[in-house]
Structure formats: structure tokens, C-alpha cells
Design a binder for this molecule. Structure first.
Ligand code: C5P
Length: 233
């Protein structure tokens, strides 16, 4: 799998996802399914989207004891998703077990295992929260790098990060899946550090995750094609 644009399907029901996808005709874009939608619609919707020919990034950010994560990942592997993730804060052993569970689940159905990536620090975490609530005194950039190194040690494929961090991840030989993308002229909304698809390409992102620049566009297909042209070509 190479460079691609992943559409963040931040919709409240499967029905809304399907009617959004109707605008794409025969095109089958790579989709990100997060917790909101998954906890409502479950594996049935993932199966349906896979049957239609979409690749899926299942963004559930697992974080629990290693044994529980391994067993949960088995079930995710058996869903034939293409990318999924864990919190690096769960530690190296948890990430290793996640990798194993994912491979075992995929193998049980004869699928290729998904790429497994780690969340280093959520973008909602800032230096002050890190220090006063989590009692981590190091600069947040060092924490992000250390957690990415842990992901690498655990055998993961990459991380979710800002496009601005993609070049560091390349040095660690990790793929980067980068949200915080806006087409020129679009509203930044609640994102703090944004990049255009072309900027993300130049900074070395492997995949970009684009939500509202596509889902809230007057013409989502045209917005998607602009993202692909800027990022992939
Ligand atoms: O609409 P927008 O393009 O901002 O959506 C970005 C998507 O990426 C959302 O699904 C959001 O939850 C997700 N995300 C993010 N920042 C992170 C991790 C995930 O924006 N650090």
C-alpha cells in the first residue's frame, strides 16, 4: 500500500455514510471509521464497506492490558481492515501483543494483516496537561519521539501524527498517517496545526486523513480529487 488519501467518515450512522458515498460513483476511496460510528454500527458496516471495495482504517485506539488487546485485535484482524491503531502509552509489550493478535485474526480468515500504527500523544494533550495531570515533565516533542521509537521496537508499522512530524517518523523508518489537512481556502475549524495535501506530501506523510475539507464540501468528489491530485501525483 502506498500514498493515499483517507476520508474521515465522521458521520452518526451507516445510512449517512452510504448516502455520502453515493456521490463518489464508481470510486472507492480509502475510509477512516472511528469510535462514534463503530460503536453504533459495528463490524457489519465494516464488512459491507469492504464488500463494496473500500479500504478501511479502523481508528479505535486500543489501550488495555496486553492480553485483552491481543484478543480484541484478533477480532479486528478477522474483519480484514487495512489499517488500525493502539495508544503507544499502553507500552511496548501491549503493542507487541496487538501485532500478534492482529496477525492471528487475519490468518484465521486467510487475510493479509492490517498495518498497525500507534497514537503517540493526542493533539488535545498539551505541555501543561502532560506536566500537571500526567506528571510527565519532558517536552512533548521528546515524548512523541520516544513513543514512536517504542512503536518501532514493538514492530509496528507507523504512527498517527501531524504532517509537521512526518519527517521525524521517516527517519525512524515509520509510516505516518496525518490528520489536520485542509484544502486552501477551507475553514481550519478546531484544528490547530494544519497543512494542505501538497504540504503534507512535501513533508513526507504516507497517508493523509481528510474529514471536513471533503465531507463538508459543496462537491465532495471534486474536493477528494483535488486532495488526490495534490497528494498522490
Ligand atoms: O474534519 P477533519 O479533517 O479535521 O477530521 C480529521 C479526522 O482525524 C477526525 O476524524 C479526527 O478525529 C482525526 N484526528 C485528528 N487529529 C488527531 C488524530 C485524529 O484530527 N491527532
Amino acid at each position: 500500500m502506498g500514498k493515499d488519501v483517507i476520508i474521515a467518515c465522521d458521520f452518526s450512522s451507516a445510512e449517512k455514510v452510504y448516502s455520502f458515498l453515493d456521490k463518489f460513483g464508481e470510486k472507492r476511496p480509502f475510509l477512516k471509521i472511528g469510535m462514534e460510528l463503530f460503536y453504533k454500527e459495528g463490524s457489519q458496516m465494516v464488512k459491507e464497506l469492504k464488500n463494496r471495495g473500500h479500504k478501511i482504517f479502523l481508528d479505535l485506539k486500543l489501550h488495555d492490558i496486553p492480553n485483552t488487546v491481543r484478543k480484541a485485535m484478533f477480532n479486528i484482524g478477522a474483519m480484514d481492515v487495512d489499517i488500525t491503531n493502539v495508544h503507544a502509552a499502553g507500552g511496548i509489550r501491549m503493542m507487541q501483543e496487538a501485532r500478534l493478535g492482529l496477525a492471528e485474526g487475519a490468518e484465521s480468515k486467510g487475510y493479509q494483516p492490517a498495518q498497525l500504527i500507534a497514537v503517540t500523544q493526542l493533539t488535545s494533550t498539551d505541555q501543561e496537561m502532560l506536566e500537571t495531570e500526567l506528571l510527565i515533565k519532558e517536552p512533548i516533542a521528546d515524548v512523541v519521539k520516544k513513543y514512536a521509537e517504542n512503536a518501532k521496537k514493538a514492530g509496528l508499522d507507523g504512527v498517527v501524527c501531524s504532517p509537521l512530524e512526518a519527517s521525524i517518523m521517516r527517519l525512524l523508518d515509520l509510516i505516518s498517517v496525518t490528520p489536520g489537512i485542509r484544502l486552501l481556502g477551507d475553514s481550519v475549524n478546531d484544528q490547530k496545526r494544519v497543512s494542505t495535501p501538497e504540504g503534507a506530501k512535501n513533508m513526507g506523510s504516507t497517508y493523509i486523513v481528510v474529514g471536513r475539507s471533503i465531507t463538508a464540501a459543496d462537491n465532495p468528489l471534486e474536493a477528494y480529487e483535488r486532495c488526490v491530485a495534490e497528494f498522490c501525483d
